[in-house]
Design a protein around this ligand. Structure first.
Ligand code: NAD
Length: 498
């Protein structure tokens, strides 16, 4: 059995205390033991990071970028190995796992532009003999806490901009799938990153709290469920840290009567059930406008959902999605499915009791499609994070928009229509951070920013894109005067531009 410790000061460090089981979700077997760090292990990592960071910050940004360039090469070289390790712990299919690595890699590519992104501003002759300029300076030691569902992408979204800006970064990955983050740090050091600049401290709440309270750590990035995001934001802010915390989601897709129903159904199948619904940008609510649209949508959707193939990534067969991450996640999803049935929703497709031959102990949940879901049901109000799609019928476009607007989450949403006016109105009015027009999962590319609204995000700056360079630096503005000629006397009133 593999023992996974931490990555501190350029080497693997075995843990000394508590451990957690890491499962293979397809078989239900424990495949590794993960050390859960204590505050003293974190202290050591912070001490090392603080000692290493000033030299890294002094390294010119182009040289820092070259390390990231090499890292991209190594990610491509090891793509197959990374995807396999990711699927083995997470359960997602191999192509989806490679996509997880790829979407992180694209942010690394964006961060290679650090010399450009870090350029400050300059005003020549802001006053007589006065120049004014601003610079972006690294924060120092920064940290990030990441979820299980994108164990490659989300760590890279955080550490790539952090280190490109000259910071040291301490990563606390999810305890469910820690292997890929450990592989990433090794690859970065192979690419030339000095030791101590990126370290991995594995663990649970104990080490998270130690990160939040540590006086040397300057910022915390968090991605995970909303209650924990709110907690992290509050506690990190209370100790004076900069924080950006991304939470859960309930993403609505509005289907207008004029939409191409086959296209909409295909989009819903991929966006609702891909990765077993364990994506913060999954569509979990379909909102057809009008009963006739709803009937057409359900008839197009049901056979596609019934035909979905569920199985382990390793079967060599063409599977659409794999198991959910843990037995506890499976129980939670099954409980919510039952609550939907009890509340009167129609289970048009019910795969909740399916099992995969030869993998009976795996954490598989088959696809479920509910129709006639109403606003008061738990399957509508709560994030299920499983392969369950709920159809809520709206009578008008305004009702459909209202559903997305009134929901407490505001991560992503989409509209399917051929009517440019409706699409434009929707994109403008909806209070959700990422909007798709005939695109079901509108995840912005690396050079735009990613972030939700309402209970899906606590903080102000988004992930990747220009916001990442703002989050991982502080601005310093210098006003410089080089006096010449006869000196004036003291000035006692505030200088203004007349
Ligand atoms: P989670 O909140 O259970 O865990 C996330 C991280 O927080 C992990 O590293 C975990 O160890 C840590 N953690 C868990 N409980 C904690 C506690 N009590 N105190 C301190 N730290 C704690 O989330 P998850 O199950 O790993 O991920 C799924 C969730 O993440 C979903 O809600 C999903 O919507 C959300 N998510 C959001 C985004 C986004 O960008 N908004 C992206 C991906 C996932």
């Amino acid at each position: 059995m593999e023992n996974i410790g931490h990555w501190i000061d350029g080497s693997h460090v075995a843990g000394s205390g508590r451990t957690a089981d890491v499962f293979n979700p397809a078989t239900g077997e424990v495949q590794a033991k993960l050390s859960l760090a204590s505050a003293s292990e974190l202290d050591r990592a912070v001490e090392i990071a603080a000692a290493a960071q000033p030299a890294w910050e002094k390294t010119n940004p182009q040289r820092r970028a070259r390390v990231l360039m090499k890292f991209v090469d190594l990610l491509n070289r090891d793509m197959g190995k990374l995807a396999e390790a990711l699927s083995r712990e997470h359960g997602k299919t191999l192509p989806d796992a490679a996509g997880d690595v790829q979407r992180g890699l694209e942010v690394v590519e964006f961060c290679i532009g650090a010399p450009h992104h870090l350029k400050g501003e300059f005003t020549d002759s802001a006053g007589p003999g006065i120049d004014m300029y601003s610079m972006r300076q690294a924060l120092g030691v920064t940290a990030g806490i990441t979820p299980f569902n994108f164990p490659a992408m989300i760590p890279m979204w955080m550490f790539a901009p952090a280190i490109a800006c000259g910071n040291a970064f301490i990563l606390k990955p999810s305890e469910r799938d820690p292997s890929v983050p450990m592989m990433l740090v090794k690859l970065l050091e192979e690419a030339g990153l000095p030791k101590g600049i990126l370290q991995v401290v594995n663990g649970d709440k104990e080490v998270v709290d130690a990160i939040l309270d540590h006086p040397v750590i300057q910022s915390v990035g968090f991605v995970g469920s909303t209650p924990i995001a709110a907690y992290i934001y509050e506690r990190a802010s209370a100790t004076g840290k900069r924080a950006q915390c991304f939470g859960g989601a309930k993403n609505h897709m509005i289907i207008m009567p004029d939409a191409d129903m086959e296209q909409a159904a295909d989009a819903l199948v991929g966006a609702g059930y891909g990765a077993a619904g364990e994506r913060c940008m999954a569509i979990s609510v379909a909102v057809p406008v009008g009963d006739e649209t709803a009937d057409r949508l359900i008839s197009a959707l049901a056979p596609k959902v019934e035909a979905l193939k569920v199985g382990p990534y390793s079967s060599g067969k063409d599977v659409d999605f794999g198991p959910v991450v843990t037995a506890a996640a499976k129980q939670n999803i099954l409980g919510l499915i039952q609550s939907g049935k009890d509340a009167g929703a129609t289970a048009v497709v019910d795969g909740s009791q399916m099992s995969v031959q030869g993998y009976e102990d795996g954490f598989f949940v088959g696809p479920v499609l509910f129709d006639h879901v109403t606003k008061d049901m738990d399957i509508y109000t709560k994030e299920i994070f499983g392969p369950v799609l709920s159809c809520v019928r709206a009578q008008t476009y305004e009702d459909a928009l209202g559903l997305a607007m009134d929901h407490e989450y505001g991560n992503g949403t989409a509209i399917f229509t051929r009517d440019g006016d409706a699409a434009r109105d929707f994109a403008k009015r909806v209070n959700v951070g990422m909007v798709g027009v005939n695109v079901p999962i509108p995840v912005p590319l690396a050079y735009h920013t990613f972030g939700g609204w309402k209970k899906s995000m606590f903080g102000d700056l988004n992930q990747h894109g220009p916001d990442a360079f703002k989050f991982y630096t502080r601005t310093k503005t210098v006003t410089a005067r080089w006096p010449s000629g006869i000196k004036e006397g003291g000035e006692f009133s505030i200088p203004v531009m007349e």
